[in-house]
Design a protein around this ligand. Sequence first.
Ligand code: CA
Length: 368
Amino acid sequence: MSLYGIENLPYGVFSGDDGTRRIGVRLGSGVVDLSPLGGLFAASTLNPLLAAGPPAWAAARAQATAVVAAGSSATPLDQVRLHLPFEVADYTDFYSSEQHALNAGRILRPQSPGLASSWRRLPIGYHGRSATVVVSETPVERPSGQLADGVFGASQRLDIEAEVGFVVGVPGRRVPTTGFADHVFGVVLLNDWSARDIQAFEYRPLGPFLGKSFATSISPWVVPLEALAPIPAPPQDPSPHDYLLPPGPGFDLRLTVDWNDTRVSSPPFAGMYWTAAQQLAHLTSNGASVRTGDLYASGTVSGPGRDQVGSFLELTWNGAEPVKLADGTTRGFLLDGDRVTIGGTAIGAAGVEIGLGSVSGTIRPATG
Ligand code: CA
């Protein structure tokens, strides 16, 4: 059974030979053109649909479902080009996997391992760079920067972070956790490429900057929340502040990370400590607004097993324990020419497994 059947129908933007960008839904290994329906589908990005809100989202999904049920033909994906599906407004990245935060602390701050005192009080995050959010298959140039005191050069510790991105549709401020599904349209898979050497030298005390701003890749398909089956969120101790309650839904998303042709990890999203509803509530709790096209990411998804971590920092323990790939070579961090693919599946609202698409990128040599 296809992971991209009528129960899924994620939205994307594609073009064919004439170069015109059209909105479609993925069906099997093809895309069904929705642009003939007009209205919100007669656009070159998903932003008008995102802005239209839940009743319009439900109507659009019903229309797409009807088109597919009527047997509309799908154009094979190898005959189209997939584009960034929406214009990214602001981009925020959280840090909501307890296992990742613990691992990163042990590796990067061995003198003070463990969680920061605020970590269980609020979903920690930082504001990233929306201009460098790119669609899957966009090559990623190795960044250059200050690697240590007085040393400028190409990053030697280029890494990934396997994450889930949430796409905001309806603008808002002070969004309660119960308002999550009124504002958030759907999810993408996201790779927060990270230069650990640049990051390590620059991040104190203000956090990630150039070590992450050079590129963030997302999958070309936005899976609407309507296609996903929510699950109970994990317990939280201590109980969060009132504005972060109720916690909102969890999601049983199962990610995979392939390094070249080797599956190196399978991170489980279901165990994330902070929910996407709490992240949005926190992000807007001070009165800050979100707008259509805002993208906020979960933070690196890491489970308790070494084969469940969402970064190579953790997989190779900062390069100290290299991983062996299928071709017999070993890696600590990314080499030029390496390709990483993050994939994912979920149990959908209809009770069948659905695909979340994938996000891939290949490393090009530094030019600066
Ligand atoms: Ca991240």
